[in-house]
Design a protein around this ligand. Structure first.
Ligand code: SAM
Length: 293
């Protein structure tokens, strides 16, 4: 027997794009038609019953509301950039987290949204346009080629790094493929390649001179793409005065205990949360761990 993730009833989430609409008005509008409530952890997030289909809802079509899961919506909140900051979204397309950052910054400051893949640039631009995020500059570039010494980035204070990953927390449908022990021989190579890029990109992010906060996230459940990547950069991070910092302390599921400090890391569970995400936050010492606006 095999079980399908899609068989498990899963609440639907939608994020209010506060650049276009406030949460109260969105709640009032949706309550006319749906059972809806606000998420307790991510304030802009609304929760609907399983199988609610909002794809064609006018508020979604107009970019006032984005269909975005809870774990994905926790990433920009974990970075929590101040409104006037300069921020790099290092691997940005299709741009869901980019425009969430823009909303958290109330449309102020500047977001450099970097994307390597030419085909995905269009999606990114469409998302930015739909969201009305006028503080975003889309850049077709390899993040690894953006030089930390370039004066253009000398004021960048935060980096969101959501690199390409195996997607094992979202795309695989058969639960028996998701046991921690399961890794097909053919996948080992792919995972190693992905992890090598993830590590390089994170090291690169750590080297920007004015950066105070870095969030690293994946939609993978594999330790090699998550805790192992974080662990491998710890010496470099500490040489730049960065330390891992706890995000969403009230959230019960933390990183696998493979090094001291793994409790700072956040995981969502494929079964419990219906998607497997991983989030880590580095903060430079001497900086406030949760900046107020
Ligand atoms: N953050 C996005 C969102 O929430 O909508 C999803 C990002 S997706 C997981 C990773 C993206 O990184 C892909 O679009 C991929 O093309 C891009 N990418 C991969 N390597 C890159 C690089 N070296 N520089 C910039 N972007 C890269």
């Amino acid at each position: 027997t095999s079980y399908k993730i899609s068989d498990i009833p899963k609440p639907r989430y939608a994020r209010v794009n506060t650049l276009k609409m406030d949460v109260e008005s969105a709640l009032l509008e949706f309550k006319k038609q749906y059972e809806v409530r606000q998420d307790a952890m991510v304030p802009d997030l609304l929760i609907f019953p399983p199988r609610t289909d909002l794809h064609d809802h006018p508020l979604v079509k107009s970019g006032s509301v984005f269909l975005q899961g809870k774990a994905s919506s926790m990433v920009a909140v974990a970075l929590w950039p101040k409104p006037r900051w300069e921020v790099i979204d290092a691997c940005a397309a299709p741009g869901n987290k980019t425009v969430h950052l823009a909303a958290l910054m109330k449309g102020n400051g500047k977001i450099i949204a970097c994307e390597l893949n030419k085909e995905r640039i269009k999606r990114l631009k469409d998302t930015v346009r739909l969201a009305g995020a006028t503080n975003v500059k889309v850049k077709h570039e390899d993040f690894l080629n953006m030089s930390p010494e370039d004066p253009a980035y000398s004021k960048v204070q935060a980096i969101l790094l959501d690199p390409s990953c195996s997607g094992s927390g979202t795309v695989v449908d058969r639960l028996d493929h998701l046991l921690p022990s399961y890794t097909a021989e053919s996948d080992v190579n792919r995972l190693e390649k992905l992890a090598a890029f993830q590590k390089k990109a994170l090291e690169h992010a750590l080297s920007f001179p004015a950066v105070e906060r870095i969030v690293y996230s994946t939609c993978s459940i594999n330790q090699v793409e998550n805790e192992d990547v974080i662990k491998s950069v710890l010496p470099l991070a500490s040489s730049y005065d960065f330390e891992l910092t706890t995000i969403f302390p009230q959230w019960p599921r933390r990183g696998h205990p493979v090094f001291d400090g793994s409790q700072h890391l956040l995981r969502t569970d494929l079964i419990e949360d219906k998607e497997g995400f991983f989030i880590a936050l580095f903060v430079r010492k001497g900086m406030s761990p949760s900046p107020k606006n």
